[in-house]
Every structure is written in structure tokens, then in C-alpha cells.
Design a protein around this ligand. Sequence first.
Ligand code: UDP
Length: 248
Amino acid sequence: MARIGNRKNDEIRDIKITRNYTRYAEGSVLIEMGETKVICTASIEDKVPPFLRNSGTGWINAEYSMLPRSTHQRKIRESSRGKIDGRTQEIQRLIGRAIRSVVSLDKIGERTIWVDCDVIQADGGTRTASITGAFVAVADAIHKLYKSKAIKEMPIRNFVSAISVGIVNKTHMLDLCYEEDSSAQVDMNVIMTDSGEFVEVQGTGEERPFSRDDLNELLKLGEIGNQVLIKEQRKALGEIADEILGVD
Ligand code: UDP
């Protein structure tokens, strides 16, 4: 059965990363993965949470939100309900962990980098697009700190990106759109570095448990997708792509 948009099973959607998308944040990106669109900003704050005070170490925190009309049906703003739902909590923690996994926090001094991912249009894979876009925004923000001599060395050890994979109608496929995601028997988010190592794998066989062979196949697709994404991140960072990695 042909995929929506006639994509091959190992093909990601058209991707576009626009840097410096908004004016005020130190790093700001619009990432588009097909019809999924997320604005990711990285903001530097010159203080850390209480548990890190006087430690010389910094922190990276992430927040995630979907605009009310980013989805088919209007979604009530969490701020007007007064509480953050479980899905949002899970996603923002995932984004924070992914970005922290590639940054040496002791090299950013006592600063917090706030990552804000705001989904303006959702068509599946919003958490993975958030991670891929957030990395570029954070790289820009950290690069600015470095250029202003606020930090002595680049603290970024690796690129990090993320993509969804899944099993839909018994077929393993890469980068599910909403329609595919909602009929998937297995879905998985694969977060990887440019060295081909895994940062996190979130997989659920809610509709049907999956085998080791399925897992291997899905991880292979995840690898293919992340390799393409990291190339796109490099392309978006242009002349600073080689400068953002630290020496060790
Ligand atoms: N979605 C939605 N409303 C919601 C949550 C999700 O319309 O409250 C849609 C949206 O297109 C999203 C997709 O369902 O991208 C898959 O959601 P999931 O929770 O799996 O997260 P995602 O794939 O976006 O990371």
C-alpha cells in the first residue's frame, strides 16, 4: 500500500530548518517536517536552579507546548486549565534529557539554557521535530556565548536529532505523519547522536507486542532518518557547523 505523499518506507518527510526565525532569543529555529511545524528557541539565563548554586555547573531545561489550533480540533491552552498534562510533562522532559546528553554542563558556567518548543502545526512527530530543531537553536545560543568570550570552550560534544518510526499495517516505516501514527501498531521515537549512538529509544507496542527482529528493523530505520536529519542540521548551521563541537 502506498504511503501518504508516496513516500518510501525509509524516507523522511521534506525537512526545512530556518535559523534566526524570531528576533530576541539567542537561538531560534523554525523546523518543518512535512506538515509538522515547531518553533524552537534557546534562551540564556545567568542563573541556575537552587540545586546547582555555587557548583560552577549549568543546566538545560525544556518546555513544550502545542498552540490551540495546531491540531485538527482546537486544544484548550494548558495555561487556561492551570495544569500541565502528562503528555506535555513527558515530552518536555524528553527534550531536556536529549539536549543535556550532548552538552557538558560544567562548561557553560552557572547559566540555564531554556529551550522552548512551540508546535504551531501538528502532523505527527512533534516531539522528535522539537529535539532536532532545539539542538540547532541551542548550538546557536552556545556559539554566541563562546563568541562573546563568556565561556572558554565549546561545551557541545555531539549533534543530536530524533525521528519517529513505527509499524503500520504490518509495514515498518520511518517518520510517521498523524494518519500513519494513529493507525500504527507499534510506534517508537529514536534519538541519536552524529556518532551513531543512541540517546534514548521510546517504543510502545500497545496494539501488538513487537519482536526483536521488529526492533532491529525499526532501529535501522531510525538510524537512516537521524543521519539525514544531522546532515540537515549541519546545512542549517552553515559556516558554524564545524565550530560548534568542542575538542574533547
Ligand atoms: N495530537 C493531537 N492532539 C493532541 C496530541 C496529539 O492532535 O492533544 C496529534 C498530533 O498530530 C501529534 C500526533 O497526534 O503530532 C501524535 O501525537 P503523539 O502524542 O504521539 O506525539 P508526537 O508524535 O507529536 O511526538
